[in-house]
Ligand binder design. Structure first.
Ligand code: IMP
Ligand code: MG
Length: 177
């Protein structure tokens, strides 16, 4: 038997402050341009909606769903497209918005697919990054927080589809009883 223990890692206020900064950074980096934010479902939803509120240039949104994980806490290395974008991205400035980069496989694959569709530019924005666990190189342009090699939930991130609604980021521990 095991119990799941949740331990707060990044507070709601700290996340809000950091997202605001990234929004302002994006607004100044893309001054006088329009951007398309591409949310990687489901984990990136809370981050992208909050981020978009702090971007002062014109923003469009689209959603994509890929899976690289089953319901376990380790990477399977298998990535497949579950839901594709609704609109073409040719000649657009796109930013892929992710919840977390772990092995890097998901984003590496996604970036390759989207590059093939010839956007004008492509950048990656992630709320969390675990640089220590990288297996595949990915160039990340905007990072909310670097975190250690711990499984985390909250602010969109799940453990077996639960805890996405937590307004903060927490570590997950299994306690064997
Ligand atoms: P990667 O392909 O290994 O970089 O995995 C990225 C995806 O795995 C993320 O988009 C998440 O959906 C999931 N993931 C990786 N680490 C965590 C974690 O600590 N908590 C929840 N989901 C995670
Ligand atoms: Mg994800």
């Amino acid at each position: 038997m095991s119990n799941i223990l949740i331990e707060k890692l990044i507070a709601e206020e700290e996340i809000a402050r950091r997202i605001k900064e990234i929004g302002q950074q994006i607004s100044s980096d893309y001054k006088d341009k329009e951007i398309l934010l591409i949310c990687v479902l489901k984990g990136g939803v809370m981050f992208m909606t909050e981020l978009s509120k702090h971007i002062s240039i014109p923003v469009d949104m689209d959603f994509m769903s890929v899976s690289s994980y089953g319901n376990e806490m380790t990477s399977s290395g298998v990535v497949k497209v579950i839901k594709d974008l609704d609109e073409p991205i040719k000649d657009k400035h796109i930013i892929i918005v992710e919840d977390i980069i772990d092995s890097g496989r998901t984003l590496n694959y996604l970036k390759q697919i989207l590059e093939g569709r010839q956007p004008k530019s492509i950048k990656i924005c992630t709320l969390l990054d675990k640089p220590q666990t990288r297996k595949v190189e990915v160039n990340v342009d905007y990072v909310g927080f670097n975190i250690p090699d711990e499984f985390v939930v909250g602010y969109g991130l799940d453990y077996q589809q639960k805890y996405r609604n937590l307004p903060y980021i927490a570590k997950v521990r299994k306690e064997y009883v």
